[in-house]
Unconditional design. Structure first.
Length: 267
């Protein structure tokens, strides 16, 4: 347990100052008397107390300052860690991510992928609202935001408008988060325009089997699927085509029988 400076210095000064006073008296030839010792003792104790008092104050201030510095350093570490995860998971993500206010629809934050998809700079997106990019009715958008906040519904299908005026079909995964006691919505947006088109009715030529693309041109089915999906093609021949094109290599017993009969007639 640390003894306060005002107590230690009171005792030290009460002993040292009278001793110096006695030495001075002896040196001057004055006879030592008890009252000549009492006054320096009291003065020394008071001086020691005052010095110790201010040292205690200084020590307490330094301890408080050190504690504050440690707290600030810990907060700085937490802040740096939070910034790192924000950069790694939000800024560097390849997903389209929006953070919005569920009450107003205002976009609080948007990652670079969202900026690239919508065609607006990040700072411009932060000045916009979900109502500005949503092609559906404003009241419906508000209802869906409230549903996402209450987590009664987490997946939504809608249409979003891009900066160039184009409209995209999107699938939104949205959920409630809380940052600094502020309720927000975290939304992951996925472009499903091409997927919806593949699910829909395709215009196909009844003769050559080419498919009409979104620009109105006609392309073969292999090219269409390769351009609109992750599928690749490997080519071969079915047994029917082999029989038709290369009868000598057919495995069909009927064709083999006809071939044998034909060879027999020729001989």
């Amino acid at each position: 347990m640390r003894i306060p400076y005002k107590i230690k210095y009171s005792f030290i000064a009460a002993i040292i100052i009278p001793c110096f006073g006695r030495i001075a008296l002896i040196g001057s030839g004055v006879e030592y008397e008890i009252h000549r010792y009492t006054i320096p003792l009291v003065v020394g104790a008071i001086m020691g107390f005052l010095i110790g008092y201010f040292l205690d104050k200084w020590s307490a201030s330094m301890a408080a300052l050190e504690k504050t510095n440690k707290q600030l350093m810990n907060q700085a570490k937490k802040f740096n860690t939070a910034n790192y995860w924000h950069f790694a998971l939000f800024k560097k993500s390849h997903s389209i991510i929006l953070v919005s206010d569920p009450a107003t629809g205002k976009i609080i934050d948007a990652n670079p992928q969202a900026s690239s998809f919508y065609g607006y700079p990040e700072e411009k997106l932060k000045q916009m609202s979900l109502h500005d990019i949503n092609a559906q009715d404003k009241h419906l958008v508000t209802e869906r935001m409230l549903a996402a906040q209450k987590e009664t519904r987490k997946v939504f299908y809608t249409k979003h408008k891009l900066a160039n005026g184009e409209t995209k079909d999107v699938e939104i995964f949205s959920g409630a988060i809380n940052i600094d006691n502020t309720p927000l919505l975290l939304s992951f947006v996925q472009d499903i325009t091409e997927l919806n088109r593949l699910r829909g009715i395709l215009s196909i030529c009844s003769h050559c089997k080419k498919i009409r693309d979104k620009k109105g041109g006609w392309i073969n089915i292999e090219t269409f699927i390769e351009c609109n999906s992750a599928a690749n093609f490997s080519h071969g021949l079915c047994s029917t085509c082999i029989d038709e094109l290369y009868p000598d290599h057919s495995t069909d017993p009927r064709i083999k029988a006809l071939k044998a009969k034909s060879e027999a007639l020729q001989t």
